[in-house]
Unconditional design. Structure first.
Length: 605
């Protein structure tokens, strides 16, 4: 169902049946606005008659909860709608957007403010491994769920909490002068943000605007600064902000209100861009100004179908409003996946990767490999033996049978919502970031997927950790990369500064960070995600200043000495424990701690 012509109050009613509109402090305005624009008051009066609104912004307090089955696909009950016809004709915005919504006068009956329920912040800990997660095979009746993807919410049953999450809800009426921003709209937005801070509530903005209102000139344009300040103050107060981009979201409304939110969702095919349709170059590609294009560019987290929006918002609000001071417990080690070609590295001649062709940009630490030889068979799931040699550790970490990040996240979380994009034009599918729920707690995650990490991946992880730090949510990072991508394009994208920013963010974060090394730990490109003094390792992992093959080449040794070099690097999990690089080695939930695991290596209670 399209949202292209939904009014402000219809958009609200589609998300909640518990909304209370709140007043904005009154002040006097000059006739025909600050510019004394002839006919401006008349245009406002016509817009008010068409829409039933006094201004382009409606705001109040709402409780957002998952839909019940009877509400699915239908408008919430308790809402009366009176349809009105007529296109909005007085739409003059600096962004030049020309589409207009049909005006619908909607009133929503809502009472009171809802309350939130939060899970306990206690994370269970176990013996020396400190592993509190269960594997997919041993999780007691716990279904495995995926992410809330770009086309809808996580595949979990509705029901975040029975009470839902209270929030300040802002909705734009595009039928009122194109949803444009002027002084009165600025007053309403400031009042909404102020109320959110006073009552410690998140802010959800349903945006449909063409930008600044031309009839108010520069006084309208300066409202963008006003909105930006209110958004910054709300962020500093540790309150999350979620933007929903409706059609259209252009001009300053996108730049100051939409793009500045912590989580940005968009409706399918919504027009999203700084330039409106009337002010773009004549040869501009219209596809670049869509919600889908903004997702691909890393500026929007997900495109969500209107029918899924309520559940998606309920999930995000529940996750972002559940802080905790306890560190995330490290996951258990997962058993290897069995495959028909188990036990042998696929032939590829030379290099570091177990596939015929290295991933794009996978040139980090590239050097001739050791012989194309059989891998040791994976250990039984009930006996996670540690590698006896450095080279065996490398082979096991590179084995295609080893579980990757997706499997660890599925086993660890009951549900999760992805955060995508670095907000400066890039995405990296090799780094999964988001927030998940585990035993009633919210834990943020940043997980490498075994590929060389690109600059956008580091920047997305930085964005994730900074947001979690501001909201007081613990972070789990999973390390698995042969190293940072070092191709020419990665350098042009700022690999060094991106890695530096992540190092700094990890070092200065006040929220607790936990790291599990689940595969390859390739030099600084892996270390950037590691929590100092709170990093763990699985039996099928290694961590090294450099991979054995390039180390052998740099030392001008013959290729046959690669195994010896691997031993000398002391990169096995048990070596890392002895060196003090990791705290301990995690094991499957059904096994006893191995004698090589340091007795005192356990997460804080």
């Amino acid at each position: 169902m399209s949202d292209r012509r939904r009014s402000a109050r219809e958009a609200i009613a589609f998300l909640t049946d518990d909304f209370t509109e709140l007043p904005t402090p009154h002040r006097d305005y000059a006739p025909d606005g600050p510019l004394a624009w002839h006919g401006y008051d008349t245009s406002r009066a016509r817009a008010a008659e068409r829409t039933g609104e006094e201004e382009s912004v409606v705001w109040g307090r709402a409780v957002i909860r998952d839909r019940t089955p009877k509400e699915t696909g239908a408008a919430p009950t308790g809402t009366t709608t009176g349809a009105a016809t007529g296109a909005a004709t007085d739409i003059d915005t600096a962004a030049g957007t020309t589409t207009a919504g049909t005006a619908v006068g909607t009133t929503t009956a809502a009472t009171g403010a809802g309350t939130t329920t939060a899970g306990t912040g206690a994370g269970a800990t176990t013996a020396a491994t400190g592993a509190a997660a269960t594997t997919a095979a041993t999780a007691a009746g716990s279904p495995q769920h995926g992410e809330a993807g770009a086309n809808g919410p996580a595949d979990t049953p509705p029901g975040t909490t029975p009470a839902g999450t209270p929030a300040v809800l802002v909705s734009f009426e595009f039928g009122f002068l194109g949803g444009s921003l002027g002084e009165r709209a600025g007053d309403r937005l400031e009042a909404a943000y102020t109320y959110a801070r006073e009552h410690r509530l998140p802010v959800v903005s349903l945006i449909a605007t063409g930008g600044s209102r031309m009839q108010e000139g520069m006084r309208a344009l300066t409202q963008l600064q006003r909105v930006a300040r209110q958004s910054a103050l709300t962020s500093e107060a540790g309150l999350p902000q979620i933007a929903v981009l409706r059609d259209p979201t252009t001009g300053g409304g996108w730049a100051a209100l939409g793009a500045g939110a912590d989580i940005i969702l968009a409706l399918p095919d919504a027009q999203v861009g700084f330039a409106g349709s009337r002010v773009r170059p004549p040869d501009a590609d219209p596809a670049a100004y869509t919600a889908e294009s903004q997702v691909a560019a890393g500026s929007v987290d997900a495109v969500v179908h209107p029918d899924d929006l309520r559940d998606t918002l309920a999930l995000w609000l529940a996750l972002l409003t559940t802080p905790s001071t306890a560190p995330a417990p490290p996951p258990h080690a997962l058993p290897p996946h069995l495959a028909p070609d188990e036990g042998r590295r696929p032939s590829r001649g030379a290099g570091l990767y177990p596939s015929a062709t290295p991933p794009r940009g996978a040139t980090s630490h590239h050097a001739p490999s050791a012989a194309d030889e059989p891998l040791p068979p994976p250990p039984p799931p009930t006996a996670p033996l540690l590698p006896t040699t450095g080279w065996e550790a490398v082979q096991r970490a590179r084995s295609p049978q080893r579980p990757r990040a997706e499997a660890y996240l599925d086993a660890y979380f009951s549900r999760r919502a992805p955060l995508r994009g670095d907000r400066v034009g890039g995405t990296d599918p090799g780094v999964l970031c988001g927030f998940g729920e585990r035993e009633g707690r919210t834990i943020a995650y940043a997980a490498q997927c075994g590929t060389p990490t690109r600059p956008a991946g580091y920047r997305t992880a930085t964005r994730l950790i900074r947001l979690a730090d501001r909201l007081g949510i613990p972070v789990l990072t999973l390390i698995d990369t042969p190293g940072a991508a070092n191709d020419a394009e990665a350098e042009r994208q700022g690999a060094g500064p991106a890695i530096a920013a992540l190092f700094t963010t990890v070092a200065t974060a006040l929220t607790p960070l936990t790291t599990l090394l689940i595969g390859e730990g390739g030099s600084g490109g892996a270390l950037a995600l590691a929590a100092p003094d709170h990093t763990w390792a699985t039996p099928d992992s290694y961590f090294s200043v450099i991979a054995p093959e390039p180390a052998t080449a740099i030392l001008k040794r013959p290729q046959e000495q690669t195994r010896t070099t691997a031993d000398e690097l002391r990169l096995r999990p048990q070596d890392l424990v002895e060196l003090g690089v990791v705290r301990g080695i995690v094991e499957p939930a059904t096994t006893r701690p191995d004698k090589t695991t340091r007795p005192d290596a356990r997460p804080p209670e």
